[in-house]
Design a protein around this ligand. Structure first.
Ligand SMILES: C[S@@+](CC[C@H](N)C(=O)[O-])C[C@H]1O[C@@H](n2cnc3c(N)ncnc32)[C@H](O)[C@@H]1O
Length: 307
C-alpha cells in the first residue's frame, strides 16, 4: 500500500458510520462558511470524495458531477442519501454521468453508492453546465438549483415585499437568499447601508449578481453564530428559515430573531414574514419590546417588531 496521504474531499455531513472520511478531508459544501468551493477543486486531483448527496435532483447531479470531475481516474466517490431523499436515484444519476461498476449498499435507511469516475467526462461537463449558476430570464434573476426558492419566489417573501415601508439608515437582510427583499429595500434613497447575510455561499454569490449597489456588504455567515460585530442598525428584513438539513427546526427561527435583536439599535425595527403556524410570537415577546401584525394572508403573517 502506498504511504502517500489520501487527498480527500467532503460535501456536507455524510453519516460517518456509513462511509469513511479521512480527518483532513476538505469540506466543499456551500452551507459551511469558510469551506472550499467544489467548483474550484482542480480536475483529477483527489483520491477520495465523500458526499452527503442533496435531495434536489439538479443540485445532487451538479454535486456528484463536480466530485467525479475532481477525482483521479482511480479515485473513489462515496455518495450517501436517505432512501426517500434521493438515495433511490443515486445509481441512475451516476449512470447518467457516465459511471459504470457502481456499487450500491443499503444501511440505516440510506443508500451508499460508490464508484470511480468515467473515462469520458463529457456528460459530467454537460450536467455541470446545465445545473450551475444561471440567469432565469422569466424572473430576471441569477440563481442556482439548491438555493432557497431558486426558481420560484417564495409567496411569503412576496407578501412581505408588498408590505415593507420605505426604510432609512442602516439595515440588514438576514438570510438574504437571492436578494429579493434587499432589491425592494434599496429602492429607497434614504437607505445608507445594507448588509446581506446568508449561510449559503451560492445565495451570496447570486445576490451579488442580482443586487449590485455601493451601499451593500455581503456576508457568508451562519446567523446562529454571527455576525457579532454589527450593531445599532435601524432596520432588518427577514423571512427566517425553519428547516435545517431538511428537518423542521423552530430553533433556527428563534436564532434569527435573537440575532436580529442584537443587531438593532433600541427602537430599531425588524420586518419579518413567517408561515402562520409558526409560534414565533413568544420569542418576539422575549427579545423585542413590542410587535404589530401587519398582514395575514394565504397562510403567511407579516410582523413588525420593535426593539
Ligand atoms: C426562507 S429563506 C428566505 C430567502 C430570501 N430572504 C427570500 O425572501 O427569498 C431563508 C434563507 O436563510 C438562509 N439560512 C438558512 N439557515 C441560515 C443560517 N443558519 N444562517 C444564515 N442564513 C441561513 C437560507 O440559505 C435562505 O436563503
Amino acid at each position: 500500500m502506498s504511504n502517500t496521504p489520501l487527498k480527500s474531499g467532503l460535501y456536507g455531513k455524510p453519516d460517518r458510520t456509513l462511509v469513511s472520511i479521512p480527518k483532513d478531508a476538505r469540506q466543499c459544501s456551500p452551507l459551511f462558511p469558510q469551506s472550499a468551493d467544489i467548483a474550484e477543486c482542480p480536475d483529477s486531483s483527489l483520491d477520495h470524495f465523500a458526499v452527503a448527496a442533496p435531495a434536489g435532483t439538479q443540485e445532487r447531479r451538479f454535486v456528484l458531477a463536480h466530485a467525479l470531475r475532481a477525482l483521479t481516474p482511480e479515485g473513489q466517490l462515496f455518495a450517501v442519501a436517505g432512501k426517500k431523499k434521493g438515495g433511490q436515484r443515486l445509481k441512475a444519476d451516476l449512470e447518467l454521468l457516465g459511471c459504470s461498476n457502481i456499487r450500491v449498499d443499503s444501511k440505516k435507511h440510506q443508500k451508499i453508492a460508490s464508484c470511480s469516475p468515467p473515462s469520458d467526462l463529457s456528460q459530467i461537463h454537460a450536467v455541470i453546465e446545465e445545473n450551475g449558476p444561471q440567469l432565469n430570464e422569466e424572473l430576471n434573476l441569477w440563481t442556482q438549483p439548491g438555493i432557497f426558492s431558486w426558481n420560484r419566489p417564495d409567496p411569503g417573501s412576496i407578501l412581505l415585499m408588498e408590505h415593507l415601508p420605505e426604510f432609512s439608515g442602516r439595515g440588514a437582510d438576514l438570510g438574504c437568499g437571492l436578494g429579493l427583499l434587499s432589491y425592494e429595500v434599496l429602492k429607497s434613497d434614504s437607505v445608507t447601508e445594507m448588509t446581506l447575510i446568508d449561510i449559503d455561499r451560492r445565495a451570496i454569490e447570486m445576490a451579488h449578481r442580482n443586487v449590485s449597489d455601493d451601499r451593500i456588504t455581503f456576508l457568508w455567515e451562519n446567523a446562529r453564530h454571527g455576525p457579532k460585530d454589527i450593531s445599532e442598525l435601524d432596520f432588518i428584513v427577514m423571512n427566517p428559515p425553519f428547516h435545517d438539513a431538511g428537518e423542521e427546526d423552530h430553533g433556527l427561527g428563534k436564532a434569527f430573531m435573537e440575532r436580529a435583536a442584537t443587531m438593532l439599535k433600541k427602537g430599531g425595527v425588524c420586518w419579518m414574514v413567517a408561515n402562520r403556524h409558526l409560534p414565533y410570537e413568544r420569542t418576539i415577546n422575549e427579545v423585542f419590546s413590542s410587535f404589530t401584525p401587519k398582514a395575514d394572508s394565504h397562510g403567511f403573517k407579516v410582523i413588525e417588531a420593535i426593539k
